[in-house]
Design a protein around this ligand. Structure first.
Ligand SMILES: [Zn+2]
Length: 325
């Protein structure tokens, strides 16, 4: 049932979205440079609200963009794992409305329209309970990987195991369905899962209520099924961090809290390994949540950056934690 429902929904979305969003996608991809590059990630850009995580955004590069938590940029790959981001079914992102509209600055941010704060303009109330902190506090960090499972998931897991690090994987329902073994390995190795919608719609807040319910609820069911029936997800993350009071309630009704982030190195945009590494090193504060990606396209830069960041985190005295729940 889920399957047919999704297919039907997707079809209609594709039909409508392709016409409406095509321009936006082009713009978004252009911003990144190569489509492919972008592809992968489609970027999510949400708008984060800087509010919360000041530090995260501290740096210039980051600063310009929204901030983590809410929206920052996330990338997204959408659709199928194999698919290139470029093809996302929908457009990139929205902005997260809430507090800081400026979030838009993010290149990743999609389309023009996207930048509108979801909240206000669309009449959507901003989310008020986005989590952006580790569960334990202190000198801990919560690493989060979005848009998988994908081809890089195994490499990420190998690295995490090498440093005995635990992380949270925000998965796309379609990808979980396509790669159940990866989902099961994630859980078997002590990591946790997070619902990242069925196919990464952006902007999330412009979806109808029913569509948002399906995106979040169907993904939960798909990930749970891929996991063998016990995914135990405590969180969901809106594509691009595009949380609103409306979709936050949908997630809450399904037993999941909204998971934001405090550090967004924009790895999905392939800014270069050192850019990813230095962004995290400069913006991470104890108790922070780092956004990276194991899906959505070529994640070789992310993997290379992780090879430097994991030993750096250990040397800095950080221990690996999960987000608060
Ligand atoms: Zn994403």
């Amino acid at each position: 049932m889920v399957k047919s429902r999704i297919s039907a929904r997707r079809r209609s979305l594709l039909l409508g979205a392709s016409a409406l969003l095509a321009p936006a996608l082009l713009v978004a991809c252009g911003a990144h440079g190569t489509p492919t590059a972008a592809g992968d990630a489609a970027q999510h850009s949400a708008s984060p609200s800087a509010s919360t995580t000041p530090s995260a955004s501290g740096t210039s590069s980051v600063a310009a963009r929204p901030t983590p938590g809410q929206g920052a940029t996330e990338s997204s790959p959408f659709t199928t794992p194999s698919q290139d981001p470029t093809t996302p079914t929908r457009t990139p992102s929205p902005s997260a409305p809430r507090t800081t509209p400026s979030a838009t600055a993010d290149p990743a941010t999609p389309a023009p329209g996207a930048s509108q704060p979801s909240g206000g303009q669309q009449g959507h109330a901003p989310a008020g309970n986005v989590l952006r902190h580790t569960a334990s506090g202190g000198k801990t960090v919560a690493l989060t990987f979005d848009d998988g499972p994908g081809p890089a998931t195994g490499q990420v897991l190998d690295l995490l195991a090498k440093y005995d690090a635990k992380a949270t994987f925000c998965e796309i329902g379609d990808n979980a369905k396509a790669h159940p073994a990866a989902v099961q390995r994630i859980l078997a190795e002590g990591h946790r899962l997070c619902d990242h919608t069925v196919d990464h719609p952006q902007p999330m807040h412009t979806q109808s209520h029913q569509q948002q319910v399906a995106e979040i609820g169907d993904a939960k069911a798909m990930i749970d099924k891929a996991a063998g029936g016990d995914a135990r997800m405590s969180w969901w993350r809106a594509p691009g961090g595009d949380f609103t009071a409306e979709n936050e309630k949908i997630g809450a009704d399904l037993g999941m809290k909204s998971l934001g982030w405090t550090v967004d190195p924009r790895d999905w945009s392939r800014p270069g390994v050192q850019s990813i590494v230095s962004n995290v090193q400069q913006n991470l504060r104890p108790g922070g949540v780092v956004l990276m990606h194991d899906g959505g396209g070529d994640r070789s830069q992310t993997v290379a950056a992780l090879k430097q960041l994991l030993p750096w985190l250990v040397a800095q005295g950080y221990t690996f934690d999960f987000p608060q729940s």
